[in-house]
Ligand binder design. Structure first.
Ligand code: NAI
Length: 340
């Protein structure tokens, strides 16, 4: 993951570079759910991204206003709003990257799985349209529960005969962003220099930060390790509670979603050494068909899924606890895709 400093500098220079018509190839990005709490700031950040030439903002409502607003920013991406199912095909046509933050967020007391009933259907419908109108796009699924919505997307794409596992991603970047922030804070390190692997999935105990592989490495007392792991796993809930019924993480999620989409675009453009943690089809853990780990990104999406490295006893135990929940969430998604 690029340092925060580089990203900030990139954003600050975005409008300047957007005018230079630099050698970046044209890239269309479509955001589905663009008028929502995540969708709006994410749309703003993608409008600032110098790799984007066309930005399609789709939602069932509200996108004409969001698009009119964002389109006045003097950066390269031509921005257009699309509202309502009849405009979805046009929004998707020619998209290189499709980012999906559509769906309901959590309220206090809810787990991500409680969102399944509503969001599974939304993701299924949107992916059905993607299969028809943008079958080769790179897909970034943000809608929760990611551990189930990504398997749903895979099954829908398979049924349409257009599934390419190298192009389907569940966005878990916010877990990595949180682990880096919390670890740096705890150990008094400059956060821009900190890396922490986070693997597994995107819900509770399936979120597995590996602080033994953090850089720069600092010893953690057992109670520090337990507290940091729990805070990373419950980071989303911390925000849900603080927002007290007004939704879940939106601004930090938009930031994380923009980082991940930026990495996908750089991979597409042939930049070397682009690596991110993300929930993908995988055989890293033999019992599971999907798992989040570090992947290398290239012009066709995933070039390589990396292994987990050496785990401590604590991390082995966390992985053991995560497997049954991940297995059940994946199965739930697959079953939904086939039965509805
Ligand atoms: P929100 O309710 O503010 O926005 C959701 C947007 O989706 C709304 O504008 C709504 O009109 C739109 N929408 C609903 N059905 C749609 C459809 N069929 N097609 C297109 N758009 C549709 O919710 P928020 O806070 O933006 O969260 C969105 C999703 O992101 C939730 O599922 C939430 O749980 C998830 N999330 C994921 C995170 C991650 O790390 N992957 C982190 C935080 C939230």
């Amino acid at each position: 993951m690029r340092s925060l400093l580089r990203v900030t500098q990139n954003v600050l220079r975005a409008s300047e570079r957007a005018y230079t018509n630099a050698a970046n190839p044209d890239r269309k990005v479509a955001i589905l759910g663009a008028a929502g709490g995540i969708g709006q700031p994410l749309s703003l950040l993608m409008k600032m991204n110098p790799y984007v030439s066309d930005l399609a903002l789709y939602d069932i409502q509200g996108t004409p206003g969001v698009a009119a607003d964002i389109s006045h920013i003097n950066s390269k991406a031509k921005t257009k709003g699309y509202a309502g199912a009849e405009q979805l095909g046009e929004a998707l046509k020619g998209a290189d990257v499709v980012i999906i933050p559509a769906g309901v967020p959590r309220k206090p007391g809810m787990t991500r799985d409680d969102l399944f009933k509503t969001n599974a259907g939304i993701v299924k419908d949107l992916i059905t349209a993607v299969a028809q109108h943008a079958p080769t796009a790179i897909l970034n699924i943000i809608s929760n529960p990611v551990n189930s919505t990504v398997p749903i997307a895979a099954e829908v794409l398979k049924a349409a005969g257009v599934y390419d596992p190298r192009r389907l991603f569940g966005v878990t970047t916010l877990d990595v962003v949180r682990a880096r922030t919390f670890y740096a804070e705890k150990k008094g390190l400059p956060v821009a220099d900190v890396e922490v692997p986070v693997v597994g999935g995107h819900a509770g105990v399936t979120i597995l930060p590996f602080f033994s592989q953090a850089t720069p490495f600092q010893d953690l007392a057992q109670e520090e390790l337990v507290a940091l792991t729990k805070r990373t796993q419950d980071g989303g809930t911390e925000v849900v509670q603080a927002k007290a019924g007004k939704g879940s993480a939106t601004l930090s999620m938009a930031y994380a979603g923009a980082l991940f989409a930026d990495a996908c675009l750089r991979g597409l453009n042939g930049e070397s050494d682009v690596e991110e943690y993300t929930f993908v089809e995988s055989n890293i853990v033999p019992e599971l068909t999907f798992f989040s780990s570090k992947v290398k990104l290239g012009p066709n999406g995933i070039e390589k899924v990396m292994g987990l490295g050496e785990l401590t006893e604590f991390e082995e135990a966390g992985l053991k606890d995560a497997i049954p929940e991940l297995k059940a969430s994946i199965a739930k998604g697959v079953e939904f895709a086939h039965s509805n």
